[in-house]
Write a protein that binds this ligand. Structure first.
Ligand SMILES: Nc1ncnc2c1ncn2[C@@H]1O[C@H](COP(=O)(O)OP(=O)(O)OP(=O)(O)O)[C@@H](O)[C@H]1O
Ligand SMILES: [Mg+2]
Length: 246
């Protein structure tokens, strides 16, 4: 299983790139165990972008467990969680989608969270690829929801603010005790990358009219031409980083 996490500033294109990556990997893993898309943004949009109707969220399961603790702990509780998570997995065409919903507060201790993490890890292991779209900013890193990651893509626009934000995310990821095998920047909506000293440059994804047009018209990622400039650039980046890293 290869886990890819997407991070970056608000509006830089995280969900769009996550959806493109998922669509490309669906084609790549046609004979494999498939792709699990994880929407870890509380303002969940990945399902909409992928044209999948969300069955339920992990946050809902956690809230239900808090409101109605099972009469006896142990197996009943474990089974009820496992069942809840299975219900929250949306089976879509070529991929499954897990929507996290609102995260727990930073100080909240809930035994449910440990169980949830365990089950999500178990569930993830059943797929060839797990692709996680995160909320804007760095909270997901601080909360360590992005834990064992093979590829952390920092999405940034090649503006001065984009450069500063990308560096902040990189530095935080380096400081935290999370395991990331490969980390680098994808410069989105731009033809030119910026040089971030000491940070890998995964490549550029150009501004693509057909991508913006699809979002304006409420279309899904599957409605965009798979050979459009943005798709071609994302495919090249994936080939160089996870498919045929060489
Ligand atoms: N390469 C591109 N070319 C043209 N438009 C793009 C490109 N990438 C993203 N967009 C557009 O930019 C807008 C924001 O993209 P998106 O929602 O993916 O950003 P985000 O980082 O997920 O935002 P948020 O922080 O709100 O979650 C969308 O309208 C999307 O269609
Ligand atoms: Mg988004």
């Amino acid at each position: 299983m290869t886990t890819i996490a997407i991070s970056g500033k608000g509006g830089c294109g995280k969900t769009t790139l996550a959806a493109m990556i998922i669509r490309i990997l669906i084609d790549q893993s046609a004979n494999g165990r498939g792709v699990l898309a994880v929407d870890a943004d509380p303002n969940a949009c990945l399902g909409l972008t992928m044209g999948a109707e969300v069955a339920g969220t992990i946050a809902e399961i956690r809230e239900q467990a808090r409101a109605k603790p099972p009469s006896n702990e142990g197996m009943d509780r474990i089974r009820s969680f496992e069942y809840g998570i299975q219900q929250a997995v949306t089976e879509a065409k070529g991929f499954d989608l897990l929507t996290m919903g609102r995260p727990e507060g930073p100080d909240c201790y809930c035994a449910a969270n440990n169980l949830l993490r365990k089950f999500i890890d178990k569930l993830s292991a059943a797929y060839s690829f797990v692709v996680m779209d995160n909320e804007a900013g760095m909270e997901h890193l601080s909360r360590r929801t992005t834990n064992n990651v093979d590829l952390l893509c920092i999405v940034a626009e090649s503006t001065p603010i984009g450069v500063i934000t990308a560096r902040r995310i990189f530095e935080l990821a380096e400081q935290l005790p999370i395991s990331v095998k490969k980390i680098g920047v994808i410069w989105n909506k731009s033809e030119n990358s910026k040089d971030l000293d000491g940070v890998a440059n995964f490549g550029c994804v150009p501004y693509d009219k057909s991508v913006l047009e699809a979002s304006i018209q409420g279309k899904t990622i599957f409605d965009i031409d798979a050979n459009s400039p943005a798709f071609s650039a994302v495919r090249k980046i994936l080939e160089e980083t996870v498919i045929n890293p060489g």
